[in-house]
Design a protein around this ligand. Structure first.
Ligand SMILES: C[S@@+](CC[C@H](N)C(=O)[O-])C[C@H]1O[C@@H](n2cnc3c(N)ncnc32)[C@H](O)[C@@H]1O
Length: 191
């Protein structure tokens, strides 16, 4: 089995587009899986730290169903007042969330969690539809796994909802079709 790339290039490129769009609110479903310095930190991505360090977001909600993960997120983002680590099921959190979402990051469940791995991102996306606007970005992790891709259900659903793929590889970034993306070709692949 070929070695998987890590998602860091895609996370950084997404952060840059988020800033260009003057995004304010990030919601990520799936908190800090590994602490900085851990062996697999880069493979998982350390996404909340990328959002905290590389974006100008006013608020970053990092949602995880596992309290231990939320504790880890809290511990490693203490210096960032704009980060909130929330313990909740991702769908339940989004259903109760009443603010616009400028970046939705779908990274809950690992590839080994069976059907949920594909159904869950779709359920979160459907729940988030009222919060997504013309400039919203939706980033999906683990989309390089063929028929085990985390994007198998959610990416086609997003296309039906008027999104287009800005890049696809280790991750897939989706944005509304027809919006100009400076410095970004719709065919470029990041990671
Ligand atoms: C791949 S990890 C997230 C990695 C993280 N984004 C990073 O860069 O380190 C997936 C996380 O999803 C969480 N998770 C699983 N089911 C969930 C659910 N229903 N709602 C919220 N989080 C969930 C797991 O507890 C796990 O911590």
């Amino acid at each position: 089995m070929p070695k998987r790339t890590n998602p860091r290039d895609s996370l950084f490129a997404t952060a840059a587009i988020f800033n260009e769009r003057r995004g304010k609110i990030i919601v990520e479903i799936g908190g800090l899986a590994q602490a900085p310095g851990d062996k697999h930190f880069e493979l998982f991505g350390g996404s909340v730290l990328v959002w905290a360090q590389q974006t100008t977001a006013e608020r970053i909600y990092s949602v995880d169903i596992d309290p231990r993960v939320a504790r880890r997120t809290r511990k490693h983002t203490q210096e960032f007042e704009n980060v909130e680590a929330v313990v909740a099921d991702g769908v339940a959190f989004i259903k109760a969330f009443d603010q616009p979402i400028d970046l939705l990051y779908l990274d809950a469940c690992g590839p080994d969690s069976g059907a949920d791995h594909q159904r869950f991102p779709l359920d979160v996306f459907e729940a988030a539809m009222p919060n997504l606007h013309s400039d919203s970005l939706v980033l999906v992790d683990d989309t390089d796994l063929g028929d085990r891709s985390k994007g198998l259900l959610v990416v086609p659903r997003a296309l039906l909802a008027g999104f287009e793929v800005l890049w696809s590889g280790r991750q897939t970034l989706l944005a509304r079709a027809g919006v100009v993306h400076p410095g970004c070709s719709s065919r470029s692949v990041v990671g």
